[in-house]
Ligand binder design. Structure first.
Ligand code: ZN
Length: 484
């Protein structure tokens, strides 16, 4: 019987509020001078008191509603006690047994089949982030550790799934869908590399779906989808091997070691009890009015799944193309801007998902800073449609547009790469090709149909790709069948 993989995820997303969760300090801390965005509250100085930022609650509600959760109209903040230098109060204000939302779900497309599966969401809760330790090393040894409290008090949402995920593919699909949702809601930028979306995974193996859950390990330190996938895959192999050898999987926290492609032990897992949770005495229980929940619910923006369906209906795109276009909100926006002026939607989608994403990937750039605006892409596509340039040349032009930011028309003018549509000019080249390839022409005449494609290729080579292959083929056949 095949072993059953059981995965649960814990995701932290950093909320895009202007101020921190319990004080007025700015959340814009990325690459800022250390300890410049701090105050007595987020430094945990004695006598300072937290005041809850309403925007954090609004963002939490938006997220919870988009994840089909039930809202706890009365919810509580707790102190989670632990000692660490990046946590000046020696406790984190978090939520415990009365979080803001519970019992949600998100549908994923199962990796192995077209079947959609419901992944239950156990809870969504609000909490504050800790500061950041910066270790200074000399000869591989840590000589100093410095603390930057700019991140201390940044609002986070923690989203915890039930152990419903059955494969690394499904975990990635869940995370991509979640990321798209929080981006669409405008509550988080979803950047894994920058750490504004972080994911820990619990994973265990059991004999079958009906048997008891195996001992799980918790995986940390994965800051890309690729790392998450690799860490899960590694852990599945490691645990299966232990079980096969009659050894036991230990309950522990393991860190993904990207350089060596493996998980390594960080610590044996601490129990919830160790945190000595108790209700935060400086904050009242939070009571949320039903009207506010309804107001937020009625003003939720179009979410990724709805947009995907609309793309399929309005633009006649395939499920696959629509899904890829909506995955990142700004990519879908780019498509829609272009689609206003260009109605061959399939062609447009092909260019965006093909050339555009390829160039962005190569330059490690993103769509927001893309040097080719939607209108510039439309201009290029129209030049292909009216046969000013061939599709092949358009790809070269596109690359130059990407590098220089110039428009297609300007680049075509500069390089003289307009398409040759003058039949006499093409016939001249055809005559030369026929003369140089008498044997191939002979082969074609004696029934080898495919030989003609070689001749088309030769003509294209002589025109440096500036002729239209269809026209070349037509003229070649005409010329061979009716020599003049
Ligand atoms: Zn502060």
């Amino acid at each position: 019987m095949p072993d059953d993989i059981v995965i649960g995820l814990e995701i932290h997303i950093q909320l895009l509020t202007q101020a921190k969760i319990f004080c007025n300090c700015s959340t814009d801390y990325f690459e800022q001078e250390p300890n410049t965005h701090t105050c007595p509250v987020c430094l945990g100085l004695p006598g300072s008191l937290p005041v809850l930022n309403k925007k954090v609650v609004e963002f939490a509600l938006k997220t919870a509603l988009a994840l089909n959760c039930e809202i706890n109209r009365t919810n509580l903040f707790h102190r989670k006690n632990y000692f660490y230098p990046d946590l000046p109060k020696a406790y984190q204000i978090s939520q415990y047994d009365k979080p803001i939302a519970v019992n949600g779900f998100l549908m994923v497309d199962s990796g192995s089949s077209a079947e959609r599966r419901r992944i239950r969401i156990n809870r969504v809760h609000m909490e504050e982030d800790a500061g950041k330790l910066i270790h200074l090393e000399r000869d591989g040894e840590i000589v100093h550790s410095l603390v930057d409290y700019n991140r201390s008090g940044i609002p986070l949402l923690e989203i915890v799934t039930e152990p419903d995920i059955q494969s690394p593919e499904e975990a990635i699909d869940f995370l991509q869908k979640l990321r798209a949702i929080v981006q669409y809601l405008g509550v988080c930028d979803g950047n894994l590399e920058k750490g504004s979306m972080r994911c820990d995974a619990n994973i265990s193996i059991r004999k079958s779906e009906k048997s008891a859950l195996g001992t799980k390990t918790e995986l940390k330190n994965m800051n890309s989808f690729r790392a998450i996938r690799r860490a899960l895959e590694f852990e599945i192999v490691r645990q299966k091997k232990l079980i096969k050898n009659g050894e036991s999987v230990l309950s522990e926290t393991r860190r993904w070691d990207e350089a060596n492609g493996r998980t390594i032990i960080m610590r044996s897992k601490e129990e919830a009890l160790d945190y000595r949770y108790f209700p935060e005495p400086d904050l009242l229980p939070l009571t949320i009015k039903q009207e506010w929940i309804e107001e937020i619910n009625s003003t939720l923006p179009e979410l990724p799944e709805e947009r995907k369906e609309r793309f399929i209906t309005d633009y006649q795109l395939s499920d696959y193309d629509a899904r890829r276009l909506i995955e990142v909100r700004s990519l879908g926006d780019y498509f829609e801007r272009a689609a206003q002026d260009y109605h061959n939607y399939k062609h447009l989608a092909n260019w965006i998902l093909g050339e555009l994403l390829r160039c962005l990937g190569e330059e490690n750039a993103n769509i927001e800073t893309c040097p080719i605006s939607a209108s510039k892409l439309v201009e290029l596509l129209k030049l292909i449609d009216n046969k000013t340039i061939s599709g092949k040349i358009a790809k070269d032009i596109f690359e130059q547009m990407f590098k220089t930011g110039k428009s297609a028309a300007k680049l075509i003018k500069e390089s003289g790469t307009t398409q040759i549509s003058n039949k006499n000019e093409i016939n001249g080249i055809i005559d030369r090709v026929i003369k140089d390839n008498a044997q191939t022409v002979q082969d074609f005449c004696s029934g080898k149909e495919k030989a003609i494609h070689f001749l088309v290729g030769q003509v294209m080579k002589h025109t440096k790709g500036r002729a239209q292959p269809d026209l070349v083929l037509e003229l070649l056949k005409e010329r061979i069948n009716k020599p003049y």
